[in-house]
Design a protein around this ligand. Structure first.
Ligand code: NAP
Length: 248
């Protein structure tokens, strides 16, 4: 039976790289995105041209009604969900904490924390062997920022990823006897559009000297770690983290 995977925030960057690798490994893939419909459609067409199966579904993971619709669409169009990658994440322009508005904090936590938790909830409802499901695996995309704190850049974002780490540990313990493994990856400086969202497209160039490996990473390098955690090769790994950060 074809395994079904849902990857949030998958229209570009790490999410899109994870879609491509999952399709290569034989998963039927749901490509979730918030607003980049054209990019998501192009990615789905690419997967289909290579003989894979994929659908694109617009949904804002910060909105509970969107999340419920997203998972129902996967049920109806792809079948039984066996893997979830909570990848959707945002950051806001670089700023010190003393100038962060409540609205900004709410936006960052709504997508990065509440979105992750709501999607995990829907996945558990479907995967749990205690609820008649067949088990599954969840990978949360956290960040090295959870450990580094991102001073003078985005402490709000870093704190949201700290919440993702704690959620990963707690949920893994809650569903360890329900056939579900829950793990996270913590990427370091990865070459995607995200740094431009923070107002500094050249951020990796500026900071790569602080990385022991002296370079930024690629979205493919993160996708490889995600797919390993989802695979049967990681069958005894839960509540754990892979730092994909060149040693930073
Ligand atoms: P990116 O290039 O900015 O892509 C973000 C993706 O998330 C886009 O597909 C975007 O879709 C989607 N998205 C944003 N908000 C969403 C929402 N509320 N609902 C659904 N989709 C949403 O980012 P990336 O660098 O690939 O980052 C992916 C993940 O890795 C994030 O969780 C990020 O925090 C984490 N990470 C990245 C780095 C890095 O250096 N790049 C480092 C550590 C951790 P639309 O375009 O449709 O809005």
């Amino acid at each position: 039976m074809t395994r079904v995977i849902l990857i949030t925030g998958a229209s570009r960057g790490i999410g899109a790289a994870t879609v491509r690798l999952a399709a290569q490994r034989g998963y039927a893939v749901c490509v979730n995105y918030r607003s980049s419909a054209e990019a998501a459609r192009t990615l789905v067409a690419e997967i289909e041209q290579s003989g894979g199966r994929a659908i694109a579904v617009a949904a804002d993971v910060a909105l509970e009604s969107d999340v419920i619709r997203l998972f129902r669409t996967v049920d109806n169009e792809l079948g039984t969900l066996s893997a979830l990658v909570n990848n959707a994440g945002i950051l806001e322009p670089q700023a010190d904490v003393d100038s962060m508005s409540a609205a900004r904090l709410q936006r960052v936590f709504a997508t990065n924390v509440f979105g992750t938790m709501l999607c995990a909830r829907e996945a558990v409802l479907r995967m749990s062997t205690k609820r008649g499901g067949s088990g599954g695996a969840i990978v949360n995309v956290s960040s090295m920022a959870a450990r580094l704190g991102s001073p003078h850049e985005y402490v709000d974002y870093a704190a949201s990823k700290g919440a993702v780490d704690t959620f990963t540990i707690g949920l893994s313990k809650e569903v360890g006897d329900a056939g579900i493994r829950v793990n996270a990856v913590r990427p370091g400086l990865i070459d995607t559009d995200m740094h431009a969202s923070g107002g500094e497209p050249g951020r990796i160039e500026r900071l790569k000297g602080s990385v022991p490996m002296q370079r930024g990473g690629t979205a493919d390098e993160v996708a490889n770690a995600i797919l390993w955690l989802l695979s049967d090769e990681a069958s005894y790994a839960t509540g754990t983290f892979i730092d994909v950060s060149g040693g930073r």
